[in-house]
Design a protein around this ligand. Sequence first.
Ligand code: TXA
Ligand code: MG
Length: 337
Amino acid sequence: MIEQTTNVETRTMQADPRAIAAAARVLAEGGLVAFPTETVYGLGADATNGAAVARLYAAKGRPRFNPLIVHVLDLAAAHRLAQFDDAATRLAAAFWPGPLSLVLPKAPHCPVADLATAGLDTVAVRMPDHPVARALIEALGRPVVAPSANRSGHVSPTSAGHVAADLGGRIGLIVDGGPTSVGVESTIVACLSGQATLLRPGGISRAAIEGVLSVPLGDRTSAPAGAPQAPGMLASHYAPNTRLRLNTDAVAPGEALLAFGPDLPGGAAQAAAVLNLSPAGDVIEAAANLFAYLRALDQSGASSIAVMPVPHEGLGEAINDRLERATAPRVDGAKSS
Ligand code: TXA
Ligand code: MG
């Protein structure tokens, strides 16, 4: 069973080599660490560890699985995660390390956990320009996902004190590197299908980016209302092609079963395929498995996927949100975020 991180004692350590080593150990063990970047404080987890990413969503109290930004040390690491087109290559050369996140197609063997990208085929990559963030990523030796270190719906923290006020008792360690210099989040640009699109304004101005690209940035809102969106232009959500049947208590012949908990419904033994999100009935474990299992069952050739009820407590809310979206009718293959 994966434990939930609540009512833990939150330690704040001044950023020094000892703190970095301690923080890297926490991350390597699947724990959470808040640390400074040049934009805002991030809540870090090992990007390759699905259970750690699930704990991160739980600590933030996010009602939905929004995809996360993956922080890397250098270009070589970025290229292991994502595919760079010409625009992405130029933007990275101009602004990295720095407050720019690039949403790019995943590389073929991208090691980032499916939950961190919310099951999408794209990944947001950023190379931070803060000595503490960089030292931590280097010490872990793996990419680090880090949303802003605030509870969902609260403002982003620019000091260790803000983080403690918001996440104290929910995370084990805060590395205090003083106030952040940029103070707003990174600018997010998607470089997909030959088009660079501004997804979120932030620490690097539109003008600076357009200066490097020599063409205007597309806007996520510039398409006429109702116009079909190119898949991947928006933070569109992964949804299986196979129909989902939620809250099932019986599996029909030819169906696959996405199970939860120890007691399988009638017909399970004859199911085309069975994957159990968490045999122990743990919603954090279930969240870590959700996207990978949906994908696997989608590819199983089953006529539909029967999904057992998942309780709405804790991360169960986000799991149910995502399952319900996956059953909603699609418009031009792109679902709104
Ligand atoms: O400055 C920052 O970017 C901070 C520091 C900690 O690095 N991080 C941050 O993360 O602001 P967060 O999780 O608060 O915001 C991430 C944003 C979300 O709006 C999410 O939807 C978007 O990035 N995003 C991540 N992956 C994406 C993807 N594959 N496609 C579209 N949007 C994506
Ligand atoms: Mg945020």
